[in-house]
Design a protein around this ligand. Structure first.
Ligand SMILES: [Zn+2]
Length: 417
C-alpha cells in the first residue's frame, strides 16, 4: 500500500468536521448523505438523486417532504460544480438542521473531498448524517503492540497512531532470589525455572489474545530489565504470526507502565512513522532549541502571530486542544476594525457586537474562525510547516499547558524580544 499519510492539519480538520456533523440531528428522517466513488459519473449520481426527489413526493408529512426535497435540490446544485468526482470521490451532506423550536430549521450543506478513496456509491436519508466511511478514515492504522516484562510481571500496551493505551499487567508469582545454599537451593532454583517458563507461556497467551485479532498490526516491541525479556523473545513462546512481527527487544530500567513509556522512548527508530512518537519528537525538538538557542523559538499566541506575519517562522506547532476563535469586528461609524481572541461562550455573549474604542460607535462581527485555522492560514502564506499536536503525550500536554498551545521555531535566531 502506498504511504498516503496526510498532514496532521488535514487529520485535525477532518476529525473536527466529523465531530461537528455527528452533533447534527434532523427533526425527522430528512438529512441526506451522498457518497460518490471516484469511478462513478456525476451524471449518474444526479439521475439517481432526481429519482429520489420524485420518491420523496410520497412522504406524508409536509415539512419532512419539503426538507428532504430541499436537501436533494441543494446536493444537485453542488454536483453541478463538478464535471467528474475528485481523485478520492465526493461526499455531500445536506439537511434542515433545527436551531430551536419547530420551523427554526436551516438548510446546511457540506461538500467534502475525502482524504482517502471511497469504495461505494451510497445514498441515504436519515435523521442523522451517515458518517461511518468518514470515521473509518480517522481510525489509526499504525498499530504496534508492546510487551514490558521482567521476572515478576508483564505489561501489555497498544500504540495506535496518536494514542498509547496500557491494556493490562499480569504477575508471575515467581519468588525472589533465595540465599540458602546447597541442595535446597538447587531444588528451589529448579522450581523457579519451571515457574519462569510457565510465566513466559502465559505472557504469550495474553499477547495472542490481545494482539493476534488486530488486523494490520505493524509490529511488536519487547522490553524490560534483566534477561527475562530476552529468554521470552528468543524462546519462541509467541504465536508464530506474532513472533515474526517482533521488531526490537530493548533493555529497560523500569517495568509496568513507566517501562512502557521508556520502551516508546527507546524504540524511536523502529516507531519513527508513528504519530505518537512523531508528536513527542516535534515538541522535544522545540524544547531542545528553547534551551540551546532561545532566540530561535517563540511561543504564545501574540508572539507567534507577530513572527508569522513577518515571515520569520519555519515551523509552527499548534495544540489540538486550542479551542478559542479569532473574531474580526468592524465599526459601523468610523470603519475601523479589530481582532480579538475569544472563547465560543464569549462570542455568543457579545451577540455579534462590540464597542469601538476609537469613536464609541457600534462594532459588528465580520467573521469568526478557530485560532488553529487562522494561524494555519498565516503559516501557509508564510510557507511555514504546520503540525497540529494532540494532547495524548506528556509533551502534547506540556505544549497545551505551559506554552498556551502555540509555539514556533524560527528560520533564524532573532535579536528582537
Ligand atoms: Zn469607530
Amino acid at each position: 500500500m502506498p504511504e498516503t499519510k496526510r498532514s496532521s492539519l488535514e487529520y485535525f480538520r477532518l476529525k473536527r468536521l466529523v465531530q461537528e456533523l455527528e452533533s447534527k440531528e434532523g427533526r425527522a428522517t430528512e438529512l441526506v448523505s451522498l457518497y460518490v466513488p471516484p469511478g462513478r459519473q456525476i451524471s449518474d449520481a444526479a439521475t439517481n438523486l432526481r429519482e429520489e426527489y420524485g420518491t420523496a413526493a410520497n412522504i406524508k408529512s409536509k415539512s419532512t417532504r419539503k426538507n428532504v426535497q430541499d436537501a436533494i435540490e441543494s446536493i444537485l446544485q453542488k454536483l453541478k460544480l463538478f464535471r467528474m468526482p475528485p481523485e478520492n470521490g465526493l461526499i455531500i451532506f445536506a439537511g434542515a438542521i433545527p436551531r430551536g423550536g419547530p420551523g427554526s430549521e436551516k438548510m446546511e450543506t457540506y461538500v467534502i473531498e475525502p482524504p482517502e478513496p471511497i469504495n461505494i456509491y451510497y445514498y441515504r436519508c436519515d435523521a442523522r448524517f451517515f458518517l461511518n466511511p468518514l470515521k473509518d478514515m480517522l481510525t489509526e492504522k499504525d498499530i504496534y503492540g508492546m510487551i514490558v516484562m521482567d521476572r515478576s510481571d508483564a505489561t501489555f500496551a497498544l500504540l495506535r497512531g496518536r494514542r498509547l493505551d496500557i491494556v493490562e499487567t499480569i504477575t508471575s508469582g515467581v519468588p525472589g532470589k533465595h540465599d540458602a545454599g546447597g541442595q535446597s537451593a538447587r531444588r528451589f532454583q529448579r522450581l523457579i525455572e519451571i515457574m519462569a517458563h510457565d510465566f513466559d507461556k502465559r505472557v504469550a497467551e495474553h499477547a495472542e489474545k490481545i494482539f493476534l485479532p488486530i488486523e494490520n498490526l505493524k509490529g511488536i516491541i519487547i522490553g524490560g530489565p534483566g534477561p527475562t525479556k530476552d529468554d521470552f523473545a528468543d524462546g519462541n513462546y509467541l504465536h508464530y504470526q506474532l513472533q515474526k512481527k517482533v521488531l526490537a527487544v530493548e533493555d529497560l530500567g523500569y517495568t509496568e507502565e513507566p517501562g512502557v513509556y521508556e520502551l516508546v522512548e527507546r524504540s524511536q527508530e523502529a516507531l519513527k512513522t508513528v504519530d505518537y512518537v512523531k508528536e513527542k519528537k516535534q515538541v522535544q525538538n522545540f524544547l531542545l532549541l528553547l534551551a540551546k538557542s532561545p532566540n530561535q523559538v517563540t511561543y504564545g499566541e501574540k508572539e507567534v502571530r507577530e513572527k508569522l506575519t513577518k515571515g520569520l517562522v519555519k515551523s509552527l506547532l499548534l495544540s489540538s486542544g486550542l479551542e478559542n476563535y479569532r473574531v474580526k469586528y468592524k465599526c459601523q461609524t468610523c470603519g475601523s476594525e479589530k481582532e480579538l481572541t475569544l472563547s465560543k461562550e464569549a462570542i455568543l455573549s457579545k451577540g455579534g457586537r462590540d464597542t469601538c474604542e476609537k469613536c464609541g460607535g457600534l462594532m459588528e462581527e465580520l467573521e469568526a474562525k478557530s485560532v488553529i485555522d487562522e494561524l494555519a492560514e498565516l503559516a501557509e502564506k508564510a510557507n511555514a510547516k504546520i503540525e497540529v499536536i494532540s494532547t495524548e503525550t506528556d509533551e502534547g500536554k506540556m505544549l497545551q499547558g505551559s506554552f498556551s498551545g502555540i509555539v514556533a521555531i524560527l528560520r533564524y535566531a532573532t535579536s528582537e524580544t
